[in-house]
Design a protein around this ligand. Structure first.
Ligand code: HEC
Length: 442
């Protein structure tokens, strides 16, 4: 597979800066009449420009991975997307002038051929400006928030509960294992410290890489790692914010203990996919928070993964990115599991544009955001990824968003109301916890 590094980098830069104001969107709207026989522009039911279906829907095409929308693309277009081609205004202007020639040059492949027959002689920049004007606004959209009141932190889960963002345990910058829980109130823009100790007699285990989810208004810790040797521990604890107490529940069955897993809840059931138990595992199990029971009969993850993202959209559990057996074993794969399917099984979906582990993930308005990560081989990055990419499960498509202003890895993220909160994380590969806190506003 060819990696189009030059293009991917150029795209990232033009997404963060202001869009080049070369094209005239009003002029482009007139030119779009030449495109409408094949292309529609619609955001779900909202039709912005009614057109044909011989070509893909061009809504939100800026920032989208080429050939990734719900459409039967040519082999060349799919290969270009897999190689890292992300649409910017400039690239669309070039593409529409001569689609096949564009793919030949970009892919450095004389056999590359596009299914789009039209060659637009002039007005490419205008039509691209029009497409940008009817697409959702793309960053820069990171805002800085008050630093973590409990100090620097990494390998800590983050959840939203009752209008607050909770940060649980993890490592500080020393690195030592932290036994506190803090909560951030976005309305007051303040932190509450020592919300609940992980040293209260019931929950007396210093932990990191904890598997955490919220169900029924309570926080559940379902397995974690302890000590500097990352020993797996299968104990389960429930936090009731009303009583401010932890209760110990039924542990993960012997032999399935793990931390650093991909975790999310569907109703009262918490799904725990993969994780670390010595090495990376494929175990997939679920915890019923009402029955206080474990189900270990679920089909294993198709590949071993830890340090990835997980999220639930429309009753389906998704695992995105992550890694296997160390920082460099990066994965871009997306796996989906629908427990309500006639025969529940894992399905593989469109890869994430940038393979990453140590990522933060969160779900907002039916989209799954995957931010940051570690194991970046590019120089000058300290091994940390600044990438911010969003998966749309309804269309099985990825878009690239404004990169993290402050790149980090090894943190959780949680969505509340209209933004995604990303507290702490490491700003260099391996250990390097910081107390920085920011939010992404889509
Ligand atoms: C005769 C049909 C037809 C016309 C007219 C047409 N296109 Fe296309 N377009 C396609 C097809 C088919 C594809 C998919 C190409 C492939 O798979 O190689 C495509 C792909 C694209 C893509 C890439 C989309 C993606 O998600 O990767 C863009 C952008 C695009 N067209 C823009 C335009 C614009 C702008 C115009 C008008 C100036 C236009 N097209 C006119 C058929 C058409």
């Amino acid at each position: 597979m060819k990696t189009l590094l030059v293009i991917a980098t150029a795209a990232a830069i033009s997404l963060t800066g202001a869009a080049l104001a070369e094209g005239d969107a009003a002029e482009g709207e007139k030119i779009f009449k030449k495109c409408r026989s094949c292309h529609t522009i619609s955001n779900g039911d909202e039709v912005i420009f009614k057109g044909g279906k011989t070509g893909p829907n061009l809504y939100a095409v800026i920032g989208r991975v080429a050939g990734s929308a719900d459409f039967k693309f040519s082999k060349s277009m799919i290969a270009a997307g897999e190689g890292g081609l992300i649409w910017t205004e400039e690239l669309i202007a070039e593409f529409v002038a001569n689609p096949s020639a564009f793919l030949k040059t970009t892919m450095d492949d004389s056999k590359a051929k596009s299914k789009m027959p039209l060659k637009l002689k002039k007005g490419g920049a205008d039509v691209a400006a029009y497409l940008a004007s009817v697409s959702p606004e793309i960053g820069p959209a990171w805002e800085s928030l008050p630093p973590l009141a409990g100090g620097s932190r990494q390998e800590h889960p983050v959840v939203a509960l009752a209008g607050e963002i909770y940060v649980l345990a993890g490592f500080n910058g020393v690195p030592q294992i932290v036994v506190t829980v803090e909560a951030y109130d976005p309305v007051a823009n303040t932190w509450r410290t020592n919300v609940a100790s992980i040293n209260d007699g019931v929950m007396d285990v210093p932990m990191h890489h904890a598997n955490v989810a919220v169900a029924g208004g309570k926080i559940y810790i379902v397995g974690f790692l302890t000590g500097n040797l990352f020993a797996p521990d299968g104990r389960v604890f429930e936090y009731d914010p009303g009583l401010n107490t932890w209760t110990q529940k039924t542990s993960m069955p012997a032999g399935t203990e793990r931390g650093g897993s991909q975790v999310a809840a569907i109703g009262n059931i918490i799904y725990v996919a993969g994780g670390l138990r010595g090495g990376t595992v494929t175990d997939f199990s679920s915890y019923d928070t009402v029955g206080d029971t474990w189900d270990t009969t679920l089909p294993n993850l198709p590949a071993p993964l830890d340090h990835g993202a997980a999220g639930v959209v429309g009753g389906t559990f998704y695992v995105l990115g992550g890694r296997a057996d160390g920082i460099t074993g990066l994965s871009a794969a997306v796996y989906a599991f629908d427990p309500a399917a006639a025969t529940p099984m894992w399905l593989q979906k469109t890869d994430m544009p940038t393979a990453r582990g140590g990522v933060a993930g969160a779900v907002l308005n039916g989209l799954i955001y995957v931010m940051g990560g570690e194991g970046n081989p590019a120089g000058g990055t300290g091994g940390v990824f600044d990438d911010n990419e969003v998966y749309d499960p309804a269309n099985d498509a990825w878009s690239v968003l404004a990169p993290m202003a402050d790149p980090r890895h090894g943190m959780g993220a949680a969505a509340l109301v209209d933004r995604i909160y990303v507290p702490g994380g490491g700003d260099q590969q391996a250990f390097g916890a910081v107390d920085r806190f920011d939010a992404y506003v889509p």
